[in-house]
Design a protein around this ligand. Structure first.
Ligand code: GLU
Length: 493
């Protein structure tokens, strides 16, 4: 076999640096487990000053979803997981989309046949039987065909697949950074298909060839691939290639017994964004699902992405499955919302404020700071501020507050004396309103709450509001304030 082409391929492989890859299949959305894999992969590369590579694994044409690759690009970009090599930016070992590498897999499968670690198989089997791995290698008559005979049948145009020739007897050991060394009997491994009848590789073959040709040093993926790892090792050995470091991550669970699954309604990254979570909070929380900082940072919870890149060590990755805890994510998100500058918060809150408030006189920049400290997610904004738009129906019971010492009768009195005072104000500023209301309470020798509570109730119709009476008057504007107080008086009379 002429090795020139193979030697050229070898010569392209970058060496002497950490190289990791995120290799999603374009299935339409980024589930939480996938996002975590992307994060760990990126963090290993950035922590070690290496390269992060994006590879699209689209050989399973049956699972393709239109537009899914765009979702991957968009999500990674939004998350700040920048890639050094990939389909759009190119790189020294492209192409980075598996279907564009089609011819290459066939060549490597043939090379493996020549080396005796794979064989042509002509048996008629349903693709499903091939994929399920239930096929018994001992039964396959093609395993023992001579190479010359097999090649003659290939040349005669007979359809075939190429299968891996797993050694009979013996054991295979592979090493994983998280799970340690694992040894299996070769007899438990099936002669899996490497190249399908349509000439496309299976995932199990393509990932080994690509990881080698792309110079990948660390392979991060879900622990569902653990059971295939011995077969990958045998492929690397068959080719005479070095095995990369494996990092298999335990699944992200929705509870003690079930993996998170989109089919069961568990959220993807896109869903979480729609549910009002900030990217930074999601990334911070998802990184901690199955990884914990060590040493001086062991008690620390909040990290930006660059901070994570600095402290991320494989030793912190856990073997046990992590449970996705919505309360914990809320806690992270609330923290991120609170830590934002007033300006940044106003910018992210604006669309949610606009959903609830259409009244043109309401200045959203004044409303935003009132809710900044009172939200777990951005979806908590609208229900808290909807009263600015329209006064809801409310019960007079709301005027009764034990601690404020207010009841319906004294609230009516309070609104009646306050109305003309506010009406008389020539300047409608926070300070002017504040001084007027506090001044009035002082003059009447009443506690502030006796005035403030009824005013706030009349303006909002709610038992709890972001902001107090003064803020509400100021934001609603003079005309609307007086109208709502008048309505309160009528309702109490
Ligand atoms: N394409 C595979 C997946 O999306 C990637 C597995 C791997 O990273 O090796 O599950």
């Amino acid at each position: 076999m002429d090795m020139t082409w193979f030697n050229d391929m070898e010569a392209r492989i970058p060496t002497g640096e950490i190289r990791t890859r995120f290799a999603p299949s374009p299935t339409g959305y980024m589930h939480v487990g996938n996002l975590r894999t992307a994060l760990y992969t990126w963090l290993i590369a950035r922590h070690g000053g290496g390269k992060f590579i994006l590879r699209i694994e689209d050989t399973d044409q049956g699972r393709l979803v239109e537009g899914a690759t765009e979702v991957i690009y968009k999500t990674l970009k939004e998350c700040g997981l920048d890639w050094d090599e990939g389909p759009d930016v190119g790189g020294p070992v492209g192409p980075y989309i598996q279907t564009q590498r089609r011819d290459l897999y066939a060549k490597y499968a043939q090379l493996l046949v020549e080396k005796g670690h794979a064989y042509y198989c002509f048996c008629e089997k349903a693709e499903s039987a091939e994929d399920s791995g239930t096929f018994e290698k001992a039964d396959d008559p093609c395993r023992d065909l001579s190479l010359a005979e097999a090649k003659a049948r290939v040349e005669a145009g007979e359809p075939y697949v190429i299968r891996q020739r797993i050694p009979k007897g013996g054991q295979t050991t592979f090493h994983d950074a998280i799970f340690g060394s694992i040894t299996v009997d070769n007899d438990t491994l099936d002669d899996q298909v490497l190249l399908k009848r349509d000439g496309l590789p299976t995932y199990n073959f393509a990932n080994v060839v690509d990881d080698h040709l792309m110079g990948i040093t660390h392979v991060v993926r879900g622990s569902e691939y653990l059971s295939s790892a011995p077969k990958y090792n045998l492929l690397y050995e068959g080719f005479g290639w070095a095995v990369p470091e494996y990092i298999h991550c335990s699944p992200v669970m929705r509870d003690a017994h079930n993996k998170m699954s989109k089919r069961h309604g568990d959220p993807s990254y896109e869903d979480l964004k729609e549910q009002g979570y900030l990217t930074g909070a999601i990334l911070n929380y998802v990184t901690l699902l199955g990884w914990a900082p060590k040493g001086e940072n062991s008690e620390r919870e909040f990290f930006t992405l660059p901070e994570l890149a600095e402290v991320f060590e494989l030793a912190g990755v856990s073997k046990s499955p992590a449970i996705f805890d919505r309360e914990k994510l809320n806690y992270f998100n609330a923290h991120y919302l609170r830590e934002m500058s007033a300006e940044d918060f106003c910018a992210v809150a604006e669309p949610y404020l606009k959903q609830a408030i259409h009244a043109p006189q309401v200045d959203l920049k004044l409303v935003a700071p009132l809710v900044q400290g009172r939200c777990d997610t951005l979806l908590d904004i609208a229900p808290q501020v909807d009263f600015f738009d329209a006064l809801p129906e409310y019960s007079n019971e709301l005027y009764c507050h034990k601690k404020m010492k207010t009841d319906q009768a004294n609230s009516l009195e309070a609104l009646k004396v306050t109305l003309p005072v506010l009406e008389g104000l020539t300047e409608w500023s926070y300070d002017a309103i504040h001084d007027a209301l506090v001044g009035l309470a002082e003059k009447l020798e009443l506690k502030n709450g006796r005035i403030m509570w009824p005013v706030r109730t009349a303006l909002s119709g709610k038992p709890v509001t972001p902001g107090g009476a003064v803020e509400l008057c100021h934001i609603l504007g003079k005309e609307e304030t007086l109208e709502r107080m008048q309505k309160g008086i009528e309702q109490l009379s």
